[in-house]
Design a protein around this ligand. Structure first.
Ligand SMILES: [Zn+2]
Length: 287
């Protein structure tokens, strides 16, 4: 089921009721049909007396909620609003701000912000599970004000490491962009320590073929990686009108998430639904 070809209006009509949304979420959560989380029995009775459907295992009587273990756990917001938010975030042609989301799905700014924050944290977890491997290249880059050729970093410049991996079996590379926060605010040199941390967190341990380029005056610059960092910066600036250090990483991850799925011709909406609605969505990898 791919709905990404639909316009927002069409999508809204397709999922016009809570029941229709519950059916879709059920399919994402239990693609093979209901499985009791306790005893793996395949049959359940549905109770609809609560806000969200409740599935009671016909064998051990365990009650599984539709939203437990999903992005909506603990949320009082309607299923439909969550689904609409995920659809809007999945659209490749634009990013979604809390302000526009709050207008479109009719929730408060605070709720819209929390929904987006939750979706981005699921995207970040998915990236954490996907490590670079094969032939890996890493390049330093800068987000923020235009490059200023002094030895010190401008307070609004943020250092990034852009990493890409390409495997023999895969034509397109997997990209990660990580915000490197240095202890000294003026420092603009990424040390061996930061590189070591990046390798540990983002590259598979047995990877041999790793090319690392840091520094801004080196003649061997990897232009494609710098170009990707530039595209990420422009997207963030155009959609969110620039931002400080606190949420930069979440936006960089969102940019890479879209890019990596598009490069593989995977529907962003389907992948994001799977991520957000399956019981252990945070374990879904991309590579
Ligand atoms: Zn059971």
């Amino acid at each position: 089921m791919d709905f990404s070809y639909m316009s927002y209006e069409q999508f809204k009509s397709r999922f016009s009721t809570e029941d229709l949304c519950a059916q879709y979420i059920f399919h994402m959560k239990w693609p093979e049909g209901f499985i009791c989380p306790k005893c793996s029995h395949r049959h359940a009775y549905i109770t609809k007396t609560r806000k969200h459907p409740l599935y009671e295992c016909s064998d051990c009587r365990y009650q599984a909620s539709l939203i437990s273990g999903t992005i909506m756990e603990g949320s009082r917001t309607e299923l439909r609003k969550w689904l609409l938010a995920i659809f809007l975030v999945s659209r490749t042609d634009q990013g979604t701000t809390a302000m526009s989301l709050s207008n479109l799905i009719q929730v408060t700014y605070k709720t819209a912000w929390l929904i987006l924050h939750k979706i981005r944290s699921f995207i970040q977890n998915s990236d954490t599970q996907s490590l670079l491997s094969g032939s890996v290249r890493i390049h330093s880059a800068i987000y923020g004000r235009p490059f200023n050729p002094s030895v010190h970093r401008h307070p609004q410049e943020h250092l990034l490491l852009v990493g890409s991996s390409s495997n023999e079996s895969c034509d397109s590379s997997y990209i990660k962009i990580k915000h490197i926060q240095l202890s000294s605010p003026k420092e603009r040199h990424i040390s061996r320590n930061e590189i070591r941390t990046f390798r540990k967190q983002h590259i598979e341990t047995d990877t041999q073929n790793v090319e690392i380029i840091t520094g801004f005056y080196t003649p061997q610059r990897l232009r494609p990686l710098l170009e990707i960092a530039k595209q990420a910066s422009s997207w963030i600036n155009q959609t969110f009108h620039g931002l400080g250090a606190k949420h930069l990483q979440a936006y960089l991850d969102e940019f890479c998430y879209r890019r990596n799925l598009s490069a593989r011709n995977i529907s962003i909406f389907t992948h994001l639904s799977e991520l957000c609605f399956s019981e252990n969505g945070t374990h879904i990898q991309m590579i």
